[in-house]
Every structure is written in structure tokens, then in C-alpha cells.
Design a protein around this ligand. Structure first.
Ligand code: GLY
Ligand code: MN
Length: 360
């Protein structure tokens, strides 16, 4: 079976050459998977111009040889750091890139010692992440499946939203439904917030019971075949007062404007501004306390960031969330979130749950 990993490593090697590096150290598990197919959560990949080596420990020996079958797998002797150091030493060392976002100061120091004086460690942030921003067709397919799964789970728990149910019960049911439907797990800690607690954008489910006439924010994501989804819907249990309804319409309009602004060449800050402008028209912009969205893929938060000051331009293959919200402390919050793929000729919303205001 043809796998995408060798092609990705070739693209990475081009980046490595351009940065005049001889080696790149990769340690983040999402990047190990992206570049090799290895699903273990411990190990390091040394991508060198001459060869690519995965270093891991005995727990992952069989797994690494099977999953990363087209590269050299070396079992570590002693610590991972000393093994990588010895490998670099044997390769003649020189300029080794590392991601400063992934290593602690102590780890970098230890790598420095282990690799010897001929190795110069050069900061090389986000090399694999840059490639990961442009999703391949098969990745997009997988993300569509993850998005649809999350939507089905969200819709399946709506019938449970009855007065008396607790946030933790809904959270547990969501996580259970994800796994029942094939997900390997939630992409982040599922958010369930009732009433005033919905004003906390990242509320953890508690024992709070749902009461009539309360808002409910459900924010969940599934990991399916390694890829994440992320969806939020806000529901009112009862008949919503006019001001809540107006607020919902404002957030929906802001989300629509931001999605309409998504296209090849648009800046991320432009997409963010489109949402903020609508909310400003309703004098609600000061209650929108986070960025409009984030890239999505093997990790739930990845590049590009859809926020103020992000001049980066969207490209085909980018997948981002669009999730404006309004949060009024002591009252409640409303957020609507969908996942959006950028194509050369269109924008595709890959989460498929209606966005009309739901009153239960
Ligand atoms: N949906 C959770 C987050 O984006 O942080
Ligand atoms: Mn999100």
C-alpha cells in the first residue's frame, strides 16, 4: 500500500536543506506520526540528509518496525537523549535543528552534551507543522469523517438535556458516544456548561444540574483515524427571552461573516476581523474574549491561528475552526463553532449540524 510518509519526509528534507541544516530532531508525537506512521507516544526521529532514523524504546520495538517499516528503527540504549546523541555523533553531527517549542532547557542541554562538541544545535521551529497546514486529499477525507462523527454525537445528546441532568453526565455520554462511533477519544476535554457557567469559554463539566430557562454550551471534538474535529452549539432549554435570541442571532451572523471571509489568499486577521465587526455592530464585541479560530488536524490547535495580528494568508488545504462567541459574566455565553476547509475555488464547512437556534 502506498503511504504518504516518504513524500512528506522529502518535503521536510527540502526545508531542512533550505535552512542549511544537516539534521532535524523531531520529538512531538503528532509529527512522528505525520512523517513515519509511527503511532507510539515516545521516541525521536532524526531526519538527516543521508538517512532517516527513528529512535524508540523496547515497548515500541515491534510497533515501530511495523508502522514505520520504510525507515531505520533503532532501539535506544540508556536514555532517549543519549541514544540520539550517539546517533548524531556517528553521523558526523554538524548542524542539528530542534524545535524550541518542544524541548525544555534541560533537554536541550542534555542533547548538547550527548551529541558532542561537533554538533551545533540550531533553533528550527515548526518545520513539520508548516507542512501539516496543507492537508492532503486523504487527510481532508478523514477530517470530514471526524467532523460528521462529532456532529452526530452532539445531536445524539440533545434529548438528554432535561432539567435535573448534570453537566458531567452529558460530558460522559458525549465521550462514550464518540468511542461507540469509532473515535479513539475526545480531541480535548469535552465542554458542557449550563446557565451562568456558559459564560466560561472553557468550562469543565461539573455536578451542576440543568434548570429550565438556561443556556447550554456543548463543545466537543473527536479524534478519528488520528484527525481531530471541533464543534460547538449553544442551546436554550425553554423559551428564550428576546435578548438571548438577539445575542444568538448576532453570534450566528458573526460566524457567517467570518466563514464568508474564508478564501484562498484571505489573511487570518481578516477572517477574525469579519466576526468582530459584526459583533461590534451589536455592541457585543467586548464580550468576544478569544480568537475567532485555529487550525485543526492531527492536533486540535495547530497553525494557522485565526486571530488579531495574524497576517498569514489562507491556502488550499488549510482547515480552520470558526468559533465566535459572546460571554457575559454572571449571565451566560453563546458560541457557535464549525470546521472549515479552504479550497482553491470554494470554502467547505465540514461539520454538518444545523446552526439555527435550538430551544428544547
Ligand atoms: N473547542 C475548544 C477549543 O477550541 O479550545
Ligand atoms: Mn475550537
Amino acid at each position: 500500500m502506498k503511504t504518504p510518509f516518504a513524500q512528506r519526509r522529502r518535503a521536510l528534507l527540502a526545508e531542512i536543506a533550505q535552512a542549511k541544516l544537516d539534521h532535524l530532531l523531531v520529538t512531538k508525537p503528532a509529527n512522528l506520526y505525520y512523517l513515519t506512521g509511527f503511532e507510539g507516544d515516545a521516541g525521536a526521529l532524526v531526519v538527516s540528509r543521508a538517512r532517516v532514523t527513528l529512535v524508540t524504546d523496547g515497548r515500541f520495538q515491534a510497533q515501530a518496525r511495523e508502522e514505520a517499516s520504510d525507515i531505520r528503527v533503532v532501539l535506544q540504549r540508556g536514555s532517549l537523549i543519549s541514544s540520539v546523541g550517539a546517533l548524531l555523533h556517528s553521523l558526523g553531527s554538524q548542524r542539528a535543528g530542534f524545535d524550541p517549542n518542544q524541548l525544555t532547557v534541560a533537554q536541550l542541554e542534555a542533547f548538547g552534551k550527548a551529541s558532542g562538541p561537533r554538533c551545533r544545535w540550531i533553533p528550527a521551529p515548526g518545520f513539520a507543522e508548516k507542512l501539516r497546514m496543507r492537508k492532503e486529499a486523504a487527510e481532508l477525507d478523514q477530517m470530514r469523517r471526524a467532523g460528521i462523527l462529532a456532529g452526530k454525537v452532539l445531536e445524539s445528546v440533545l434529548t438528554m438535556l432535561k432539567p435535573g441532568v448534570r453537566e458531567i453526565e452529558i460530558g460522559a455520554e458525549i465521550d462514550y458516544q464518540m468511542r461507540r462511533r469509532g473515535a479513539s477519544g475526545p480531541a480535548f476535554e469535552t465542554i458542557v456548561a449550563f446557565g451562568k457557567r456558559s459564560a466560561l469559554p472553557h468550562a469543565r463539566p461539573t455536578a451542576k444540574q440543568l434548570r429550565k430557562n438556561e443556556l447550554v454550551v456543548l463543545d466537543l471534538g473527536a479524534i478519528l483515524g488520528h484527525y481531530c474535529s471541533d464543534i460547538t452549539r449553544t442551546i436554550f432549554v425553554g423559551r428564550a427571552p428576546a435578548r438571548i435570541r438577539r445575542c444568538y442571532e448576532a453570534v450566528l451572523e458573526a460566524q457567517g461573516a467570518a466563514i464568508a471571509a474564508v478564501e484562498e489568499g484571505a489573511t487570518c486577521e481578516g477572517v477574525d476581523a469579519a466576526a468582530r465587526k459584526v459583533l461590534a455592530g451589536y455592541r457585543l464585541d467586548r464580550y468576544f474574549v478569544h480568537s475567532t479560530g485555529h487550525g485543526l488536524g492531527l492536533e486540535v490547535h495547530e497553525d494557522p491561528r485565526v486571530a488579531r495580528g495574524q497576517k498569514q494568508r489562507l491556502k488550499p488545504g488549510n482547515v480552520i475552526t470558526v468559533e465566535p462567541g459572546v460571554y457575559v459574566a454572571g449571565v451566560g455565553g453563546i458560541r457557535i463553532e464549525d470546521d472549515v476547509a479552504v479550497h482553491a475555488d470554494r470554502t467547505e464547512v465540514i461539520t454538518r449540524v444545523p446552526r439555527d437556534f435550538i430551544e428544547l
